[in-house]
Write a new protein. Structure first.
Length: 138
């Protein structure tokens, strides 16, 4: 898999004078069952989150409030996605290094994950990620 698999998914949006509503159904709106949900908030100015990859995990990243950028890297090329809408989610496929940067004040990032937390699925060393992403086991 590569960057071409990662994409913005527009989620259902119902607008009403009393407030908007967006919902997500696993395997219907996104290509996986949702097994875990977490959110990131209170990120200090200039800080970044992420800086890791996953061997198997799939994710949908959503800016519930405010904005931030997600830089994806498949080991061969990189692409930056600006997240600033609660009805758009970024689908992140396996074997993708991710950095979340440029958080606005008050930004809230929600992540839907295809699996429960598993430390063995994480790639926290970029050089190791590159070896595995390029299929060059040592």
């Amino acid at each position: 898999m590569g960057l071409e698999q990662c994409r913005i998914i527009q989620l259902p949006r119902f607008q009403d004078p009393s407030g908007d509503l967006t919902f997500i159904e696993g395997t219907h709106h996104i290509p996986f069952d949702i097994r875990r949900v977490y959110y990131i908030y209170g990120v200090p100015a200039g800080s970044q989150r992420g800086a890791h990859g996953h061997r198997e995990l799939q994710q949908l990243i959503i800016a519930l409030s405010g904005s931030f950028d997600v830089v994806l890297d498949d080991g061969r090329s990189k692409q930056c996605f600006q997240m600033n809408s609660p009805y758009n989610g970024l689908y992140v496929c396996p074997m993708m290094w991710r950095n979340l940067v440029n958080f606005s004040s008050g930004a809230v990032c929600m992540v839907l994950a295809s699996e429960h937390y598993d430390e063995a699925d994480y790639l926290r060393d970029y050089d190791r990620f590159l070896i595995e992403a390029r299929g060059q086991e040592t």
